[in-house]
Design a protein around this ligand. Structure first.
Ligand code: CP
Length: 318
């Protein structure tokens, strides 16, 4: 596996889920396959779960790990080609990327949407520069448009907790004070459809996701109607995708907060969120603290999804 952005990169998804189950039960079964191999984890943005779980996954495989916070201690990087570099950016990504590639065997990249230009964000320019110029296999640790390690962990979690073969999964928009990327909802929708689940996406008008990701889901502006009979409720905020409002916060309507009253509409659904979460904006205290909340096991499964992905990348090196 040379890149990891989409479920198709894993090939047979059921096979990948079985591998995840095996690795979870035998976490150190492959603790020598990464010997003398180095994972470089590059963060252009803050992270808690991705940083720790991916590092742990690499250690499970016996890999060496280098973590670089680009914004702390590295030279400030220019990403645009053709710019006269007379400002505060000392190094161009086009030199930095192959240099970074020379110190490692696989590269993980965390970079968010900038919300300056939709085409620019959706071209995944920074991630693509790593794919094209690093000479190494590259995986997204959340990039401008996708968060596949999160979605794979979400899928593992649902498989572990589902009570029917084809559960009803509801992805619901919820309010947040700041503009957030569409990466998590894009990937969640893409992976749930790929898994063959019954997916409904609920959001206020104006928050339609890119159809490349939401195709195959049922879409509604009525959250209460969506929640009827749901087996899993996945809450997430995202900023508007459609022009001319790309990257904007169009609503902070607290009636979309996932509360006990909302959960009462469901089929005793489990609650999910990728974290970090703003309590009493996205979800009320009582819902996230309830026995039906899966946010902690979901986060713990990030180690498993990352171990599967890194294992496959390391196996493909030899
Ligand atoms: N869910 C997730 O990616 O968390 P972090 O931003 O803390 O890595």
């Amino acid at each position: 596996m040379r890149t990891f952005l989409h479920p198709a990169d894993l090939g047979d998804l059921q096979g990948a889920l079985q591998e995840a189950q095996h690795i979870k039960a035998n976490r150190f079964a492959y603790d020598t396959i990464g010997r003398n191999k180095t994972a470089l984890l590059i963060f252009f943005n803050n992270s808690l779960r991705t940083r720790l779980s991916t590092q742990k996954a690499a250690m499970n495989l016996g890999m060496n790990v280098i973590v670089l916070d680009v914004n702390q201690g590295a030279w400030k990087l220019e990403t645009e080609r053709g710019v006269i570099m007379d400002g505060d950016k000392s190094e161009h990504l086009l030199e930095a990327v192959p240099v970074m590639g020379s110190y490692c065997d696989v590269i993980g990249v965390r970079t968010f949407a900038r919300f300056e230009n939709r085409d620019d964000d959706y071209s995944e320019r920074i991630l693509q520069q790593f794919i094209q110029h690093s000479g190494r296999p590259v995986f997204s640790m959340e990039s401008a448009t996708v968060h596949p390690l999160q979605a794979f962990a979400d899928l593992i979690t649902i498989e572990e907790h589902k009570r029917t073969a084809k559960p009803k999964v509801v992805l619901t928009w919820a309010p947040h004070p700041k503009a957030l990327p569409q990466a998590v909802p894009n990937s969640f929708a893409e992976w749930m459809v790929a898994a063959g689940y019954d997916l409904t996406i609920a959001h206020p008008e104006g928050y339609e996701l890119c159809e490349d990701f939401s195709r195959g889901a049922r879409i509604t502006y009525d959250q209460d109607e969506a929640l009827q009979g749901a087996d899993f409720v996945y809450a997430k905020n995202w900023a508007a995708y459609r022009a001319p409002h790309y990257g904007q916060v169009l609503s902070k309507d607290l009636s979309w907060t996932v509360s006990q009253e909302k959960m009462a509409l469901t089929n005793d659904a489990a609650f999910m969120h990728c974290l970090p979460v703003r309590r009493n904006m996205i979800v009320t205290d009582d819902v996230i603290e309830s026995p039906r909340s899966l946010v902690i096991p979901e986060a713990a499964n990030r180690e498993i999804s990352a171990t599967v992905v890194l294992k496959r990348m390391v196996e493909a090196l030899s």
